[in-house]
Design a protein around this ligand. Structure first.
Ligand code: NAD
Length: 231
């Protein structure tokens, strides 16, 4: 099992939330990625998401994403759980991916959540906030905001997998978000060997078996080629 966070995409040029470049127009992500922020100023929140969406569509997967997608070919029982909303794991070829926090390339209706709208075009939205083509209500980004509940089906699939896995690779996450940290904790408690890759120690570092102090794009391909050699 692999758990990834924003750090796995930072070498693709996508800023993490908690690094020095995580600020946008002097707003902190914690102040924008909330239901309250959206209710107060949906246009501002959409402007930020549109900026991030275009960054993501312009970016390419990096060697860490490709190394993780290679792993899937060697292990029939395999899962990537990502906190990222950028879709780069899938673009690198990973098929067994659960996106805990949704996707920035989709919107959903604020009133009717089953109205999902893809936002694939590589251009700015025409208006902030955009409107649902089905019912005319405003759309919201199809992502999980701070303070919202996780999709129960996705969460239980992650936890079931974590309980049973032999090895968990924890890549590019600060461990600051509780649920992903708890999924990692479950795998460790249930006996999985744990390996973290992060150029800075995180709140998970103390609990892992092996900590690799380095960048994902550099070290994931090395780890994967070692695993392949031992197969
Ligand atoms: P975070 O910003 O809290 O932490 C990022 C972590 O990545 C840090 O520990 C940092 O040391 C590490 N890191 C930085 N560069 C790295 C590299 N080259 N290789 C490996 N590690 C590196 O991110 P988080 O823990 O994912 O939590 C933030 C939340 O923000 C998540 O919920 C996520 O949904 C969201 N987010 C997503 C994206 C994205 O989709 N790319 C980007 C920013 C934030």
């Amino acid at each position: 099992m692999v758990m990834t966070g924003a750090g796995v995409s930072s070498e693709s040029g996508i800023p993490t939330f908690r690094g020095p470049v995580g600020l946008w127009n002097n707003h902190r992500p914690e102040d924008l990625a909330t239901p309250e922020a959206f209710e107060n100023d949906p246009s501002l929140v959409w402007e930020w998401y549109d900026w991030r969406r275009l960054l993501v569509l312009d970016a390419e997967p990096n060697p860490a994403h490709y190394a993780i997608s290679d792993l899937e070919l060697y292990y029939p029982e395999f899962l990537v759980v990502t906190q990222n909303v950028d879709g780069l794991h899938r673009r690198a070829g990973s098929q067994k991916v659960l996106e805990l926090h949704g996707s920035i390339t989709r919107a959903r209706c604020y009133s009717s959540p089953d109205h999902i709208e893809p936002l694939q075009k590589n251009q700015k939205l025409k208006e902030y906030p955009p409107c649902c083509p089905e019912c005319g209500e405003i759309l919201r980004p199809d992502v999980l905001w701070f303070g919202e509940s996780y999709d129960e089906e996705i969460l239980s699939e992650c936890l079931l997998f974590a309980q049973d896995c032999d090895l968990i690779l924890v890549v590019g996450t600060s461990g600051a978000v509780g649920v992903p940290a708890a999924i990692v904790g479950t795998a460790i408690q249930k006996g999985a060997i744990s390996v973290e890759v992060n150029p800075e120690e995180s709140s998970l570092t103390q609990g892992v078996d092996f900590y690799i102090n380095g960048k994902a794009g550099e070290f994931m391909p090395k780890i994967i080629s070692e695993l392949q050699r031992s197969q």
